[in-house]
Structures are given as C-alpha cells and as structure tokens.
Design a protein around this ligand. Structure first.
Ligand SMILES: [Zn+2]
Length: 293
C-alpha cells in the first residue's frame, strides 16, 4: 500500500533547549505550569499506528520556543496581536514570557527551528505527491477542556473533538467521514470550533488541491488529568479509536481521487472496520448531497 498521509504533530514536545532557557522570563515553576497548559500532551502517541502506514513530521521542541503552526510573518498572523505570533512574547495568561525579540534573534530562531521543520514537512508532502499524485496532511493537536485566557473562542462548552478545515484543501467527503464516525463512537464534534483551519505547506497552499489537509484536535479532558499532566485510564481506548479513524482515513485517501475541480471523490470502503461503519458513510454521502444540491 502506498503511503499517502503525513501526520503533522507540531505541539507535543515540552522540550526547552538549554540555550533558549535564559531568554524566558518565568521561574522554573511558572515555566513548568505554562508548559503543562500549552503542550498538546501525548499527541505523538495518540496519532500513531502500527497498522496504518504514514509519514510522521514531529516538531522536536516546545511551542513556547517557537510555534511552527504560526505564519512566519507576524503581519499575517492573527495571534501576533496577543503576543503569540511565531515567537511568543506573552504567556497564555497574557503575562511576559520573554522580552521583545530583535531581528537578529528572530532570524536565528527561524533558521534553527521554523525553516528546517517546514522543509521536512514540504519534503514529506512533495515526495508523496510525486509518487502518488495526491497527498493528505493530518494536522494533529489536542486542546484544553476550558479555554485559556489567550484564546479567541472563550465558549466554555467545548466539543470532544474539533475538526479544522480549509475550503480549498479539505475534501467535504473526508469531513463527513471523520465527523460521522466520531459521532458514532459517542463524541461530540465541532467543525472549526473552537479552532479553525488546517495546515498546508506554503508552496502548495491555495495552489494545489492534490494536497488535502484536515486538522484533528482532541479535548485533553478525554484522556489526561490536565492539572497533573498524567494520562487517565481512558487513554488507551481513545488511542484505539483514533487508530480506527486513521484506518478509515487511509482507506479514503487510497481510493479517493481529485476530480476535475480538485475535490477528492470516489471512495468505496472495503475493510472490516469500514464495513462495520459503512452505513454511517452512506448517510454521510446522502446528507452531503442533500445539503449541497
Ligand atoms: Zn496544537
């Protein structure tokens, strides 16, 4: 089976390189607390599979050093106005995280962290695209069960899973497939709520629909104790369900082909997992065609 999917895991690391520590203004205790709140804990374990063949691109340092999910240019980044552009200067509570970053430091950090990470991601997508004529990026995250002060969406009623989509790069059939199967598993699903959008490497962004992308964000309250950072007893079952989801997605991306307009279509589910859930997909297509008629 050809590999079509890249699992992008940008926020699972809590690693603060020693050479960057002195620029952070927090005490060790406050830094540990900020890492606890801001890390997408265990997403590198949740979004993995022995069954599904994927490429993994995992960012190796904490987002508190530099966030690879932000635009490189702060002028394009909505969170920059909250001190949380590509290099954060504020904490999740709006307190000082580091002093303003001068242009030399910014350049050094982009070259050290941002550029190599995005080169790896682009390389993974390009090689899949060259071989198979299509590629799928799954942007893998988790989110706190209650909104942190820096967040734009402060609605306290949060879904179990949030799917982030892009009108150009996210196949509607894929949104339906994931959302309806999650609902069948018993989870509530928000589409672009509380977080919107999904990551596509810049060279393909809004240019090449053969590169599909969807963001999957899991509520941390489902699988960990957010006060201590420890996994709960439900971790393994959530991981298993994500694995089932990855199997279904793999089948979708193996079989779906971009049509003349670039929309990925043409899926017939064959696996045991898929057959078990096939009725959901049938409903999904009927619903989709009804809605979009
Ligand atoms: Zn994240």
């Amino acid at each position: 089976m050809n590999i079509i999917t890249v699992l992008h895991i940008p926020h699972s690391s809590s690693y603060i390189p020693a050479e960057e520590r002195e620029d952070i203004l927090l005490s060790d205790e406050l830094l540990a607390d900020e890492i606890l709140k801001m890390t997408d804990w265990y997403t590198d374990e949740l979004f993995t599979s022995d069954i599904v063949k994927c490429k993994f691109v995992r960012y190796p340092v904490s987002r508190l050093i530099l966030d690879p999910e932000r635009f490189e240019d702060d002028a394009l980044e909505i969170m920059a106005s909250r001190g949380m552009g590509v290099i954060y200067t504020k904490t999740s509570e709006g307190k000082a995280l580091r002093h303003a970053v001068d242009s030399n430091t910014r350049k050094r950090m982009l070259e050290k962290y941002y550029i190599p990470h995005h080169a790896s991601l682009s390389q993974a997508v390009s090689s899949i695209l060259a071989k198979n004529g299509k590629a799928l990026v799954i942007d893998c995250h988790s989110f706190p069960s209650s909104p942190l002060p820096y967040e734009i969406d402060q609605d306290k009623n949060r879904h179990d899973v949030c799917l982030g989509t892009d009108s150009f790069h996210t196949p509607k059939a894929l949104i339906q497939l994931i959302a309806l199967n999650l609902k069948k598993m018993g989870y509530s699903v928000g589409i672009n709520q509380p977080y919107g959008g999904t990551l596509v490497p810049m060279e393909f962004c809004r240019k090449d629909r053969r590169v599909a992308s969807i963001m999957i964000e899991v509520n941390r309250g489902l699988y960990m104790d957010e006060m201590t950072g420890a996994k709960t007893g439900k971790f393994e079952s959530i991981k298993e369900q994500i694995q089932t989801l990855l199997c279904l997605i793999e089948e979708f991306q193996q079989q779906a082909e971009p049509d003349a307009g670039g929309e990925w279509r043409g899926i017939t589910l064959k696996s045991q997992a898929a057959r078990r859930l096939a009725w959901v997909t049938d409903v999904c297509y009927q619903t989709f065609s009804l809605i979009h008629r």
